[in-house]
Design a protein around this ligand. Structure first.
Ligand SMILES: Cc1cc2nc3c(=O)[nH]c(=O)nc-3n(C[C@H](O)[C@H](O)[C@H](O)COP(=O)(O)OP(=O)(O)OC[C@H]3O[C@@H](n4cnc5c(N)ncnc54)[C@H](O)[C@@H]3O)c2cc1C
Length: 452
């Protein structure tokens, strides 16, 4: 296997290289599955030169971030080192953030990386490609709402989720040790956006904050002092689910004591709360913003490629960019409007997973000089995990023949199976089976929330 060549040594040329250079940018839910399979099948055997460009050093499956934020998941136990994964699976890991593209010379440009003391770790570099797959996910869309950047936390990365968790535990410690009684608004959490992320976080937080307090912070009365408010501009929570599922979820959250404000548009986030268009002010010590996503900024000026209104790369049914056959996109950063549909494929892990599987086969066909087939999305339904309280969702499509409402243990199993599918794509079934048993056993001797 030869490495994707850096410009320092690459004569700029648009000729196809031998072996074919496949570069995947973004090792997330979709990208890491794809590059692992490409490395195993083509990289190892020298049939292609496979590389992953990624700005983080480790991978954590993004749908776990609300559990990290709530403190019910230890990142260290679930994160995966890209360098090791690349070594085991026949691809190269190129550490760095993609900052631009040169389509004529088929080069991806990367920013430099610096350590905490400002010393360069990796310099500005460029890598050549013959087939490029953009899989860089999404970032939270604050729609320009004042105060979000300064005072709210988004759950886009493990760092942000951990930062929220530290603030939460610190808030509990502060309230426990202060001389005066807990102030109104102190220990209140406002979650803006009641899609799956915000809704799941509200249920998970309800449980973990109580668990933290139960470790001896007895000056705090959870029922009196802690308040979680879920704020949604639309007329119901989890709008991606059918209405009756959203009603069932509302009922469950109400039973837990989570306050739900629907039809409530946020106009400003301040250091001590959230202002609504109605004029109401919701005092909150902690604010989470989870009200929609958009493509990362780098796509807005991506060497002339077409982007959607939400900064995603517009792709054809083959997942190729509308203006370049050599550039593909998958997952949250791709905008694909299937023929005859009015809504694009949703930004979900199951879509990224299906697109990764599809592209793996189609890139194989491309290497063999065969035509590539269009992608067809199968919606298996949506599931919302309400922590240990319940999981609610609907199974759709050919799995159940038609929409089927599921709840409870079976729904929880289905929810967990999405993550197991991801882990299996990365490690194979044997390792995942052994890991699952090991995690189950060690969990019994650990605190069930993160306390630092
Ligand atoms: C809290 C939460 C809960 C969720 N729950 C569910 C769920 O239950 N079911 C579901 O289907 N979906 C869920 N989602 C959505 C799901 O996480 C995303 O749809 C999915 O992760 C998208 O996969 P992706 O591969 O497109 O991007 P990601 O998984 O986000 O990966 C993108 C990768 O690209 C890297 N990257 C970004 N920019 C650059 C750059 N410029 N250069 C190099 N690398 C870059 C990032 O570091 C990251 O590793 C949830 C999301 C959140 C936040």
């Amino acid at each position: 296997m030869t490495g994707a060549t850096a410009t320092q040594t690459l004569a700029p040329t648009a000729a196809i290289h031998t072996p074919h250079r496949i570069v995947v940018v973004g090792g997330g839910a979709g990208g890491l599955e794809l590059v692992t399979r490409l490395g195993d099948t083509f990289g190892r055997r020298g049939k292609a030169d496979v590389a992953l460009i990624e700005k983080a050093r480790t991978h954590l499956w993004k749908p776990l971030l609300h559990e990290v934020a709530a403190g019910s998941m230890d990142v260290g136990r679930h994160e995966l080192d890209y360098l090791a994964q690349a070594h085991w699976h026949g691809f190269r890991f190129r550490f760095g953030e993609m900052i631009g593209l040169d389509r004529a010379r088929r080069l991806v440009h990367l920013a430099a990386n610096f350590d905490d003391d400002g010393r360069v770790i990796t310099p500005v570099r460029s890598f050549g490609y013959d087939t490029l797959v953009i899989a860089i996910g999404s970032v939270s869309n604050d729609f320009g709402t004042p105060g979000v950047k300064e005072h709210a936390i988004c759950l886009d990365t493990p760092d942000q989720a951990q930062r929220f968790n530290r603030r939460l535990v610190n808030a509990c410690l502060r309230a426990h040790t202060q001389a005066e009684p807990v102030r109104p608004g102190q220990l209140h959490v406002a979650i803006i956006g009641a899609g799956a992320t915000g809704t799941e976080l509200s249920a998970e937080l309800h449980r973990t904050v109580r668990a933290v307090v139960a470790y001896g912070l007895d000056k705090i009365d959870p029922d009196k002092d802690i308040k979680i408010t879920l704020i949604e501009a639309g007329d119901r929570i989890v709008p991606a689910l059918p209405k009756r599922l959203s009603e069932a979820t509302t009922r469950l959250l109400n039973e837990l004591g989570v306050e739900i404000r629907v039809g409530a548009r946020v106009t400003e986030v301040t250091s001590d709360g959230v202002r609504l268009a109605s004029g109401d002010f919701i005092p909150s010590e902690l604010v989470v913003w989870s009200a929609g996503i958009r493509g990362p900024d780098v796509l807005n000026d991506f060497d002339g490629l077409e982007v959607s209104h939400a900064s995603q790369l517009v792709v054809r049914p083959t997942l190729q960019a509308t203006r370049d056959d050599n550039v593909f996109a998958l997952g949250d950063c791709a905008y694909l409007l299937p023929k005859g549909e009015t809504r694009p494929i949703p930004p979900r892990a199951q879509a990224a997973h299906q697109q990764a599987s599809h592209l793996f086969t189609q890139i194989g066909r491309r290497l063999a000089g065969q035509p590539i087939a269009p992608f067809r999305y199968r919606d298996f339904g949506s599931l919302v995990s309400l922590g240990e309280f319940s999981t609610i969702g609907n199974l759709m499509g050919f799995l159940a023949g038609r929409g089927l409402f599921i709840e409870g243990y079976f729904a929880r199993l289905m929810y967990r199976s999405l993550y197991k599918m991801h882990e299996t794509a990365l490690h194979g079934p044997l390792k995942v089976g052994l890991d699952t048993i090991a995690r189950f056993m060690t969990r019994r001797t650990e605190p069930h929330v993160k306390l630092h």
